[in-house]
Design a binder for this molecule. Sequence first.
Ligand code: GLC
Length: 532
Amino acid sequence: MPDDFRDPNQWWVGQVLYQVYPRSYMDSDGDGVGDLRGVIERLEHLEWLGVRAVWLSPITVSPNADFGYDVGDYYDIDPSLGTLADLDALVAAADQRGMGVIMDLVPNHTSIEHPWFEASRSSRDNPKRDWYVWADPAADGGPPNNWVSLFGGSAWTLDEPTGQYYLHNFLDMQPDLNWWNEAVRDQFDRILRYWFDAGVSGFRIDVAHMVIKDRELRDNPLATDTDSFMEQFRGQRQEFNSNRPEVHEIHRRWREVAESYDPPKVLIGETFVERLEDLFPFFGDGGDELHLDFNIPFAHAPFDAATLADMIGRTEVAMPALGTPVWTGSNHDISRFPTRWAGGDPARARCALMMLLTLRGTTVLYQGDEIGMVDTDVPREELLDPVGIRFHPHAGRDAVRTPMQWENTPGGGFTAAEATPWLRFGDLDCNVTDQRDDPDSFLTLTRDLIALRHSTPDLATGAWSALAGPEGVLAYRRGDTTRVYLNLGATEARVEDGAGTIAVGTNRARDDETVFGSLTLAPAEGVVLTTG
Ligand code: GLC
């Protein structure tokens, strides 16, 4: 594999990373909950796929009010998932297969049960009081300002014994840390180093854009009808509790810690902004902030050629010179792309996969993307996600967190046959084992596209530019040798191209077909064409 075109100091560029939701990946001890030993058992699958690193959603100690995103101890592993020794074993085993392990850092808030918060709420003059965001009631005794939690209701809860409100931008069980406090900043530098020293290759940083809030706690402006759906849903624009100018100095600080290692550790921001333009500042001036920042507006875009060409084009134009775009279609919070983008149509899902794996930058797949897993209906009485429970019948996140579908057997290859999985299975007819040796399967397409990315330097790192194509066709060039055509329209499309060979088509019968002058694509058909 011609891997020498890669820069070892930016080992993630052009690569595919893979998100594991540990509770749902592989259960090694038959208790129905996935664990770290389980991830070790499945490393062969990940190496076979060709992913460069595995990002694990939080594995640190958590009371699980928000399944790991409410941290009770940043320095230890949650007992339901394993031990520090298991993590060491995972890091070593992944390394042997040429893969890194990326953890998930939650710096915006802790669990309400974290000893820091217990100290903080114990009295107004506790040394840890200022580690969290506390404020006096408003004149009428109500919350200090109008901020609403992203999970619904006021973002403030009154702590009666001390007479002040604490801030929580998520659940009231997730109090926000105070990033104006230098001791908090120092503590997180320590946490980063602790895991980096343990051999972890980087961090995905939860709600990285939100960690610091307006120092004066000013009211957010009310939403208007030109604001996004979520802003209108919440009734306000998050001007003062999110995306504050001071967040950049915090990201620069983390970047320095990451870059003090050789090779550098990677930082991936969950930069959940509403507008695409708000994403680019997170890459920093001259590449001094987070290395990679999730492009959520792209993931939320409708799946049509014109919109996607516009989003990708604007991203490429605005991306700072040293920045690497990140492409993702699914994660543990949003509807899976075979459902959201493709409406359950496998042919459209194959086009979406081809797009994700042929754009410039770093692609992050979510577990199950490789087999085309769709969202699973979880009945109301089985819901576990606090967001799903609160906003029912609006879709919550359990639908995308059901166990990985390894095989169509009792236990699904995920857990013991007689065990009850913590969340129900989706459709086990869609599974890894049945797809692995099928040349036409979604899994084989995923693997072949990743392999093509590894063997085609232009696809890994070549420049992206838009190509003109007929209506409904998303068309772009990568470097000098590679073109991608995706017919997302409902009718057949005729594409004019010079000459080339179909390296991989979503219709595998067309692999290796030679193209002269023009090419006809069926609805929901895509090709990667190479010359030379
Ligand atoms: C991020 C996580 C999500 C979590 C929230 C609060 O958005 O991805 O799962 O609930 O932050 O930590």
